[in-house]
Write a protein that binds this ligand. Structure first.
Ligand code: NAP
Length: 246
């Protein structure tokens, strides 16, 4: 038995990278996981693989830009497993490039997924957490918001907006019902570069990832650490980056 055993955890962006690694680790440690993302084939395969290994998992098609999809994800968790203990709002895209590219579409897409997507999750999960008397919101933000570098301005802004409203929510939620955790990874070896449209920037980031990125399992362990604390202990912020990252 672990402190994670028996918890019900919904994870957005569970079809690859950090979300997938988190789903696998939490399921291994006895959580029931509800997997959300748009690539349903990958979700179905992952859910099946977790069940084949003796875990509990279901897949639920989710586009975080659509508030009704987050409601469905939360409803599925409650319908299948009786409650929702944790929502890991992890889905994200990185349409990075110099602001001078004026990639208005990419900026909007990042706002829709990285920012609105997390708000939609909060709107869906908070009533359930309040009804249950407890709940935990975990989000994947980024070290991009801690050290602002060229090409990542708008991406970093979406992550820092999340950091800001999570702190506000925390201040408004000191009655002991809600825990909030913002996890800031540095370079992690995932498929995030696939969402980058600027070929030059994408290649640059891929090279850096090959050179120094850490495995997504490292971030999964950090998320598990926040979840496994007793409910009166809130891990507010975790920064986890390659030791060699500047
Ligand atoms: N990798 C890094 O170096 C790094 C560093 C700091 C922070 N992060 C953050 O970590 C989080 C996870 O990214 P990752 O690195 O694991 O990259 P990834 O492998 O590309 O995973 C991103 C996940 O987000 C999902 N997603 C994208 N748009 C979505 C939408 N509209 N609705 C639902 N799901 C959506 C993708 O699934 P579908 O395409 O199937 O929908 C995928 O499962 C992101 O928030 C990212 O910003 C990553």
């Amino acid at each position: 038995m672990t402190a994670i055993s028996g918890k019900v955890v919904a994870i957005t962006g569970a079809s690859s990278g950090i979300g997938e690694a988190t789903a696998r680790l939490l399921a291994e440690r006895g959580a029931a996981v509800v997997l959300g993302a748009r690539r349903t084939e990958r979700l179905d395969e992952l859910a099946q693989d977790i069940r084949d290994r003796g875990g509990r998992a279901i897949a639920c098609a989710t586009d975080v830009a659509r508030p009704e999809d987050l409601e469905r994800l939360v409803d599925r968790a409650v319908a299948e497993f009786g409650r929702l203990d944790v929502l890991v709002s992890n889905a994200g895209i990185a349409k990075i490039g110099p602001m001078a590219d004026l990639d208005v579409e990419g900026w909007s897409a990042m706002i829709d997924v990285n920012l609105r997507g997390v708000l939609h999750g909060i709107a869906a999960a908070l009533p359930v957490f309040r009804r249950q008397g407890r709940g935990h919101l975990v989000t994947t933000v980024s070290t991009s918001g801690l050290k602002i570098v060229p090409t990542q301005a708008v991406y970093a802004a979406t992550k820092n907006a999340v950091r800001t409203f999570l702190e506000g929510l925390r201040q408004e939620s000191t009655d002991g019902v809600l825990r909030t955790t913002a996890v800031s990874p540095g370079f992690v070896r995932t498929e995030l570069t696939d969402s980058m449209d600027n070929a030059h920037v994408r290649e640059q980031i891929r090279r850096t990832m090959d050179e120094l990125a850490i495995a997504p399992e490292a971030v999964a362990r950090a998320i598990a650490f926040a979840i496994e604390q007793p409910h009166d202990v809130e891990i507010g912020e975790i920064t986890i980056r390659p030791t060699v990252q500047g």
